[in-house]
Design a protein around this ligand. Structure first.
Ligand code: ADP
Length: 179
């Protein structure tokens, strides 16, 4: 069976990502989760932190390893000799996006196959963005990430630990306005 690469930002890794990595580990001999070092978006965690959180989250999966990379995803796939790129799908919006990126990757490296896996329904709306926003506002995110990721998020937002419910007066993000 081929080696698969599971690329992403993983800022930080959460239960939806872990679900996909677990499914992939059952399908392929080897899965390399690849943490993209410099995505065009603002990051909360450094590359080293994201690597460390992902390694801890996946250490129970013998055939899954974690690396970081820069540049083109298909270039990394070639370098680590992965024949397949894994991506997780939550919904139709993800499908549209992955289809487009998949097309570009296929133009660049036709020998690398794309394999999209659907996550469990319970993670269908979970994103790292929502996780970070809820964490930053002191909400309960215990169902969305493993304990060590929860601890890392609490460390990033220390003043929200055990935060009492707040009104709209100190709103910092979208979720603050929506309740
Ligand atoms: P990227 O910035 O490349 O989208 P992410 O870290 O956000 O990186 O996501 C990495 C991969 O994990 C992507 O394939 C994404 O669709 C998938 N993913 C994100 N959230 C979930 C989730 N809740 N369930 C399953 N897969 C997810």
């Amino acid at each position: 069976m081929p080696r698969a690469m599971y690329p992403g930002t993983f800022d930080p890794i959460h239960n939806g990502h872990i679900d996909i990595a677990t499914r992939a580990s059952a399908l392929f001999d080897e899965v390399v989760l690849a943490v993209y070092d410099a995505p065009p978006k603002k990051l909360l965690f450094s590359t080293e932190e994201r690597l460390d959180l992902a390694r801890q989250a996946l250490r129970h999966l013998d055939n899954v390893s974690v690396v970081s990379y820069g540049g083109l995803t298909v270039q990394c796939a070639r370098e680590i000799e992965a024949q397949v790129i894994i991506r997780g799908l939550r919904n139709v919006a993800d499908f549209e996006f992955e289809h487009q990126i998949g097309w570009a990757n296929h133009q660049l490296a036709p020998e690398v196959e794309l394999c999209c896996l659907f996550c469990d329904d319970s993670y269908a709306y979970l994103s790292a963005t929502i996780l970070k926003e809820v964490a930053s506002l002191g909400g309960d995110f215990t169902a969305w990430a493993p304990a060590h990721v929860q601890a890392a998020l609490h460390a990033k937002f220390p003043d929200t630990l055990h935060a009492p419910a707040r009104g709209l007066s100190r709103s910092g993000g979208k979720l603050a306005h929506r309740g």
